[in-house]
Design a protein around this ligand. Structure first.
Ligand SMILES: [Zn+2]
Length: 132
């Protein structure tokens, strides 16, 4: 199994643990750090909808809590034609993405498209000190 296949499987597996009783739209995300370590997250909804957290947000939090600061590759899995990260999550991924971060978007059967961060979030907002 390739590293990308493993990242896809990690995202597809964690997707099953999503808490999405309001939308019934389960999403899983898996992030690979430059050293190969993988972090996962799933969406967690709330009766107060804006409190909900996207899968990518959960994965980024897990990565940061583990002491990591860089994402080399990401996979987002949802049961949709093209489950691209929302605008907020594009900014989240940009904050920690390496310069050549690729975000793969998948349905339950496999990866459908792959995007560079510049494709997902051109002219992104950035501050010089963001990774310190
Ligand atoms: Zn999002």
């Amino acid at each position: 199994m390739s590293d990308l296949d493993a990242l896809f499987e990690a995202a597809r597996t964690v997707r099953k643990r999503a808490y999405a009783p309001y939308s019934n739209f389960l999403v899983g995300a898996a992030l690979r750090a430059p050293d190969g370590t993988v972090f996962t997250g799933c969406n967690v909804e709330n009766a107060s909808y804006p409190v909900s957290v996207c899968a990518e947000g959960g994965a980024v939090s897990a990565m940061i809590a583990a002491g990591y600061r860089e994402i080399a590759e990401a996979v987002v899995v949802g049961d949709a034609a093209l489950c691209t990260p929302c605008g907020v999550c594009r900014q989240r991924l940009k904050e920690f993405g390496t310069d050549d971060l690729i975000v793969h978007v998948a349905d339950l059967n496999g990866i459908k498209r792959s995007f560079s961060m510049d494709e997902l979030l051109p002219a992104a907002f950035e501050l010089e000190h963001k990774k310190d």
